[in-house]
Design a protein around this ligand. Structure first.
Ligand SMILES: Cc1cc2nc3c(=O)[nH]c(=O)nc-3n(C[C@H](O)[C@H](O)[C@H](O)COP(=O)(O)OP(=O)(O)OC[C@H]3O[C@@H](n4cnc5c(N)ncnc54)[C@H](O)[C@@H]3O)c2cc1C
Length: 474
């Protein structure tokens, strides 16, 4: 955010303060926690404010830190990497969205950044995932999390596994944020949760504090905590259910609050997440993604961005949204060919999820499954299907492993919205296949099991099951 005082509003600096600190951090997610730790370690007196209980999208995230250039864990797994290779790869991947200066610095400082996280209690490990996957099972914490292995990326930069997953059971956002939270707790940092910042307070051309609304103590505070925790979970699995809790949460935030003013002697850090849960702003700034299901927390309502813009901060790249659709695991599916509803191949099937969801030649409007980060729909459905597979000893987390090892998961692919065409000519040439007869059934050969043809029912978008010459698993 860059400042330009006279365009903004904010509110003037008169009146008493409820508390003060050198640095006030708005948002206790990953970014806010790191900023608070760094400021405190440099001698500042820090106060962190969060609308909810802290953690934000970071705590529900996959907890994968993209790091390279020769980290201890890459070495431990027997992989070499260099800053140059990482830079070349990311240049191609980001296609100019990030300035070269920032990208170079990110790659040069990558090893130190990972060490910083470890020093502050976030565990990592060099247990290398044995195959390409969107998210490794709980045995593995290092993997190829991007398109490093696939052309043209592998032609441009020496591939290296840079997906460092914070070590812990289940989705790794939890251990990632847990480490940062305890690092904050070990320092004299004030944390006020259930305190929503509503305005920046300015004095001439300086931001000198924030105004906030803190949920009143007692039943209101308890209800707000319980409802927002349930909302967080439900939003991941089924947003329509989570949405039902938005209203009571907002009602408490309107009716049961105390207005507070916090002075920032040296500065305010805005780390209040994104705007994917602000449907109006999404429709305005990134309309192609307005149909996607938002992923993150209702704290991603763009209020942090608005706070900065109000005092003259400039925004940029607000149209950049990533859409995700996962279909590996099971790995067998990358042996198939992913085509859009015109039968055109979308991209290399081993590509990382956002690539397949957004790059669709000829498909006018990309069909995001989620407009901020990894689609939970398909994954959720597949977990249910996995649970029904019923083979003895099958548990969801190991099921991912099971599904990857035994690629008979054609059904899982179908539940993620795929269907089958019987045309056997390979689609990689991009030819439009003969249209399958409307909705209905077709035959597909499960790529790497018995090879027998199976009867399956098609649903929405189309995909063709045919030998995929690109698949590295051929
Ligand atoms: C399911 C999922 C999986 C993901 N997986 C990965 C991954 O593996 N690797 C990766 O790099 N990225 C991943 N991401 C993206 C990543 O989680 C986010 O980019 C990152 O966590 C953002 O961190 P943050 O600190 O900016 O925001 P957050 O962690 O969201 O924190 C923002 C905080 O600000 C608070 N807040 C908001 N408004 C206000 C206000 N007005 N006043 C006070 N507080 C406020 C919120 O309550 C929240 O706690 C994933 C995201 C999701 C949702």
């Amino acid at each position: 955010m860059t400042g330009n005082r006279d365009r903004g509003a904010g509110i003037s600096g008169t009146g008493s303060w409820d508390a003060e600190a050198d640095v006030v951090v708005v948002g206790f997610g990953g970014a806010g926690a790191c900023a608070a730790i760094e400021a405190s370690d440099r001698g500042a007196d820090v106060l962190v404010l969060d609308r909810f209980g802290g953690g934000g999208a970071t705590a529900i995230s996959g907890g994968v830190v993209y790091a390279g250039g020769g980290t201890e864990h890459q070495h431990a797994a027997g992989h070499t990497d260099s800053v140059e290779a990482m830079l070349e790869y990311l240049r191609l991947e980001t296609a100019g969205v990030v300035s070269d200066e920032t990208l170079t610095r990110f790659c040069k400082e990558s090893v130190d950044n990972l060490r910083w996280l470890e020093r502050h209690g976030v565990p990592f490990e060099g247990s290398m995932a044995p195959r390409k996957t969107s998210y490794p099972t709980n045995e593995y914490y290092l993997y190829y999390s991007g398109n490093e292995l696939a052309p043209p990326f592998s032609d441009t930069a020496a591939p290296a596994p840079r997906g460092h997953r914070a070590k812990g059971k289940g989705v790794s956002g939890k251990p990632l944020f847990a480490g940062l939270r305890s690092a904050v707790r070990r320092r004299p940092i004030g944390v006020r949760t259930q305190t929503r910042v509503t305005r920046l307070i300015t004095d001439d051309d300086r931001v000198i504090g924030v105004e906030a609304e803190e949920i009143r103590g007692g039943p209101a505070r308890w209800a707000h905590r319980v409802l927002s925790a349930a909302n967080l979970k439900l939003n991941i699995y089924y947003r329509p259910l989570g949405r039902m809790l938005d209203r009571p949460i907002r009602a408490i935030e309107r009716r049961s609050v105390v207005r507070r003013r916090f002075r920032a002697r040296r500065g305010v850090v805005l780390a209040a997440g994104g705007f994917v849960f602000n449907r109006r702003l999404l429709a305005e700034r990134a309309p192609a993604y307005r149909r996607g299901s938002s992923l993150g927390t209702i704290g991603d309502d763009g209020s942090g961005i608005a706070l900065g813009a109000e005092v003259g901060g400039a925004t940029d790249r607000m149209d950049r949204v990533s859409a995700w659709r996962f279909y590996n695991p099971p790995l067998a599916l990358v042996d198939g060919v992913l085509v859009n509803n015109r039968g055109e191949r979308i991209c290399n099937e081993t590509y990382y999820a956002p690539a397949s969801a957004t790059t669709s030649p000829g498909n006018p409007t990309p069909r995001p499954t989620s407009s901020s980060t990894n689609g939970s729909g398909p994954r959720r459905r597949s977990r249910r299907r996995v649970r029904r597979c019923g083979s003895s000893g099958c548990r969801p987390s190991t099921c991912c492993g099971w599904a990857t090892r035994r690629p008979t998961t054609w059904r899982r692919w179908r539940s993620a919205g795929g269907s089958i065409r019987t045309d056997s000519s390979t689609p990689s040439s991009g030819t439009t296949p003969t249209p399958a007869p409307g909705r209905g059934t077709g035959w597909a050969r499960t790529p790497r099991t018995c090879g027998r043809w199976r009867r399956v029912r098609s649903t929405r978008s189309t995909a063709r099951c045919a030998p995929n010459r690109d698949s590295p698993h051929r």
